[in-house]
Design a binder for this molecule. Structure first.
Ligand SMILES: Cc1cc2nc3c(=O)[nH]c(=O)nc-3n(C[C@H](O)[C@H](O)[C@H](O)COP(=O)(O)O)c2cc1C
Length: 231
């Protein structure tokens, strides 16, 4: 292995993208929002240049479904000039309804990830390029936003601005970090995860109701699905 570099687009959607050569392998992983890629992630990925490099496409979803997200990611990478040799959908904790997928990824998921990685390596060694069978339909599912946004407990918020700094959508005012612009908020919950004072939560009657329905409807275990070039 020559070198590995890691870019987290959640830190900066405009981060300098890699400029791979034909011998490189680029793994692109994205979360599933509403059965699609988050819009701003898709836009950012469209600016990648594949230059014929091999790519592995991965999506992570919260145990409901990944619908057309993996197909969308595979299509974007192909249009950018990558040669996609593997594509997989894996399960993580749901970031809005965290009881769903709460223990994921677990040991079984990690075993599947390893099997997927090994199969991708074999495909690269054998020079396989085609035959991927990715679930999804074109045209993709319509994008639907989530009509719920994290709320702030003003008594607990210390205005440290960490949430404003880390919000990928720029939806939190640095001057008044307890104010969120719901038109910009993509409901990703990163502000909840990074708040050192635990001042942000999903809450309210509507949330409790939808949470119950969601837990009831989508708690049954889903398993990873992947496909690797076989010719
Ligand atoms: C706005 C939003 C929409 C989501 N839509 C879906 C979905 O359609 N299907 C699903 O199974 N999980 C869905 N999830 C759960 C995420 O795919 C899952 O929690 C993923 O691990 C989030 O990764 P992240 O924390 O890096 O954003 C959604 C999460 C958010 C915040």
């Amino acid at each position: 292995m020559e070198s590995v570099s890691d870019i987290n687009l959640a830190d900066n959607l405009n981060a300098e993208k890699p400029n791979p050569g034909g011998e490189d392998i680029v793994t692109v992983a994205a979360p599933v929002y509403g059965g699609r890629l988050p819009g701003m992630v898709a836009e950012s990925l469209c600016r990648l240049q594949g230059n014929g490099a091999k790519a592995i496409a991965m999506v992570v979803y919260g145990n409901r479904d990944y619908d057309d997200a993996l197909l969308e990611l595979t299509d974007i990478l192909t249009q950018c000039g990558f040669n996609v040799i593997g594509a997989g959908a894996f399960i993580g904790q749901h970031s809005i309804f965290p009881t769903v997928g709460s223990e994921r990824p677990d040991m079984d998921d990690k075993r599947e990830l390893k099997a997927f990685g090994n199969a991708c390596c074999e495909a690269v060694m054998a020079g396989r390029q085609g035959g991927l069978n990715v679930k999804g339909k074109r045209p993709y599912k319509k994008i639907a936003g989530v009509p719920m946004h994290p709320q702030v407990d003003r008594k607990v918020c210390r205005s440290c601005r960490k949430c404003a700094d880390m919000c990928p959508a720029g939806a939190i005012s640095p001057a008044e970090p307890y104010v969120t612009d719901n038109d910009k908020c993509i409901s990703c919950g990163r502000c909840i995860a990074v708040c050192p004072h635990k001042a942000r939560h999903y809450a309210g009657l509507k949330y409790s109701f939808v949470n119950r329905l969601f837990v009831w409807g989508f708690s049954r275990r889903k398993n990873p699905e992947w496909t690797v070039a076989d010719r």
